[in-house]
Design a protein around this ligand. Structure first.
Ligand SMILES: *Cc1c(COP(=O)(O)O)cnc(C)c1O
Length: 232
């Protein structure tokens, strides 16, 4: 993969903007994980990204995650599942993902926890609680009022490691204020699990605001990949 391809240039430009925004917020750019969301793009794009040094990639559909994970088993990448998860797909998600960002209910946590036989032998799965920053349940995520009980539940799952929170900014509110709320929810989770320090927030349109509000994990798609192919 040429370092001067359009993909390489977009990646470099986004990384430059991340570094600038992190420093502007008084933060170390090295403490930020940039996840490239590759949904709808072919596995070959993930291979190109890997050749450019990308180590964290994100998918939002279980089937696509599983297919790319299988096809790209030779790559040194961590797969992040960022989509809404069906409980019955938990086993397949766990097989492919290193991190599940979208745990929004106890039943899903239980299904992910149970998806791998004997707890003593299983590598723990990193999970985040997805919080809904809107009033619309269809947008996914747990209601803020449920955060404490869900965090306690996940903390009790033997093969899950609760790492923090994740959210998508609402469409009808400035992202900065929504991400400030998320930072408060993250603190609520840390009162229960102090080491749960990750905040997964920020996409193509709002990652600088997310960084300013403390995001540790950015999920960036189109700014790096270009427009997603449309699906039939
Ligand atoms: C698609 C997606 C992203 C990336 O979106 P872009 O706007 O293309 O950067 C981030 N998070 C989630 C949950 C997504 O589904």
């Amino acid at each position: 993969m040429s370092q001067s391809s359009p993909l390489a240039e977009r990646l470099r430009e986004v990384d430059r903007r991340i570094a600038d925004a992190a420093r502007a917020a008084g933060r170390d750019p090295g403490g930020v994980t940039r996840i490239v969301v590759t949904k709808f793009h072919p596995a070959s794009l993930v291979r190109e990204l890997s050749q450019l040094g990308v180590r964290d990639v994100g998918e939002n559909r279980q089937q696509e995650l599983a297919a790319k994970h299988a096809e790209l088993a030779d790559l040194d990448v961590r797969w992040h599942f960022v989509g809404q998860a069906q409980t019955k797909k938990a086993r397949a998600i766990r097989r492919a993902a290193s991190v599940v960002h979208s745990v929004d209910r106890a039943r899903l946590a239980d299904a992910l926890d149970a998806a791998e036989g004997d707890a003593a032998e299983v590598a723990p799965l990193d999970v985040l609680l997805q919080i809904n920053l809107t009033d619309d349940p269809a947008r996914g995520g747990a209601e803020p009022a449920q955060i404490a009980s869900l965090a306690e539940h996940v903390a009790g799952c033997r093969t899950l490691r609760l790492r923090g929170v994740m959210a998508v900014a609402p469409l009808d509110e400035p992202p900065a204020s929504a991400f400030e709320r998320l930072a408060g929810y993250a603190a609520e989770v840390r009162r229960i699990v102090p080491e749960a320090e990750w905040i997964s927030a920020g996409m193509t349109g709002d990652f600088t605001e997310a960084l300013a509000a403390g995001a540790t994990h950015l999920r960036i798609g189109t700014a790096i990949t270009g427009n997603r192919p449309t699906r039939a």
